[in-house]
Write a protein that binds this ligand. Structure first.
Ligand code: ADP
Length: 302
């Protein structure tokens, strides 16, 4: 079984309600109609990879509930291999409860459910970790499982430390990472620096990390690549974003997909900044994820 990109990560059902204003402690308010949307960074990145035309699989855990069945079906509908998306007995699937305020600000409660039960043992003996050209992970599963994934990966191991880890990241993890892909907030935590608000600060913080290659995403400023002695800033195309949700996930998927085809890291990042920018032109986390043709259409049309 060979696959371009194996994603090891989370799968959530997002319950989204629009509200005038996020409720205060003790307050009950009425909101709009409930929208139930597949999410979770692992699932988003697996779907993004598949839409871009690379073969992908999601290795993770869902609960033994209707939400889990729905999430699995959505992944399969998008062409993601779910052979190693394990069902977890007596545990609910991961969910996120999201209240979105009229001005776009939100407040989110995540119940990791089955995602928190993905153990290091689960990632032993997964054929995809030996055969996939690239293995991609994030931080919505236990950190021990991310480390075990890195150790069991035969190909290129990419870690997107999102959301920003609350615990100290063990050095042994950074040692097994081939390509680290943090955003500015995640980089400032990993490198223990102050806020990173310029290309120069991103470069000097990335240079302190022991990973072979670091690719820092910088929103509208694109990305920087710090690999061995090479440092390069790759600007993003100018766009007028509608919704930046999903841009980081699309970026990681495009980067992993590009590397899986044997493309040079810089070439892969050049493609990833275009894919990230194109994703900001549509609303939603998974609904905004483009195919390669749509990336060109959206950027030329915008
Ligand atoms: P995250 O959402 O994970 O914090 P970023 O905001 O850094 O990630 O965005 C990831 C990528 O998406 C960027 O590197 C860039 O390619 C693209 N992107 C995000 N916001 C913009 C923007 N305002 N203009 C152009 N590209 C953007």
């Amino acid at each position: 079984m060979s696959i371009d990109v194996a994603v090891v990560g989370s799968c959530n059902l997002d319950f989204v309600v629009n509200v005038d204003a996020i409720p205060l402690v003790g307050q009950t308010i009425l909101g709009g109609d409930l929208a139930q949307i597949p999410g979770g960074k692992g699932a988003n990145q697996a779907v993004a990879t598949s839409r871009l035309g690379y073969s992908s699989a999601l290795i993770g855990r869902i609960g033994d509930d209707d939400n889990g069945k729905f999430l699995k079906q959505c992944l399969e509908d998008d062409g993601v291999d779910t052979s190693f998306l394990f069902e977890t007995e007596d545990v609910p699937s991961g969910i996120a409860m999201i209240a979105v305020q009229a001005d776009g600000d939100n407040s989110i409660v995540v119940s990791p459910g089955a995602n928190a039960r993905l153990t290091p043992d689960d990632v032993e003996n997964i054929p995809f970790l030996e055969t996939a050209t690239v293995v991609l992970t994030q931080s919505e599963i236990p950190i021990e499982t991310v480390i075990a994934t890195g150790r069991n990966t035969s190909g290129i191991f990419v870690w997107n430390p999102a959301p920003a880890p609350e615990e100290i990241v063990p050095l042994e993890l950074l040692d097994v990472v081939d390509v680290l892909v943090p955003n500015q907030t995640e980089l400032s935590l990993l490198a223990a620096t102050g806020p990173i608000n310029s290309v120069e600060k991103a470069i000097s913080a990335a240079q302190t990390l022991p990973c072979a290659s670091v690719v820092v995403t910088l929103g509208a400023d694109g990305a920087v690549v710090v690999a061995n002695n090479d440092v390069m800033h790759i600007p993003a195309p100018f766009v007028r974003p509608v919704d930046t949700t999903g841009a980081g996930d699309a970026f990681c998927a495009a980067l992993a997909g590009g590397i899986s085809q044997g493309n040079d890291l810089i070439v892969s990042v050049e493609q990833a900044v275009r894919v990230g920018a194109a994703t900001t032109l549509f609303a939603g986390a998974q609904s905004s994820l483009p195919t390669l043709e749509q990336v060109t259409e959206r950027l030329e049309g915008g």
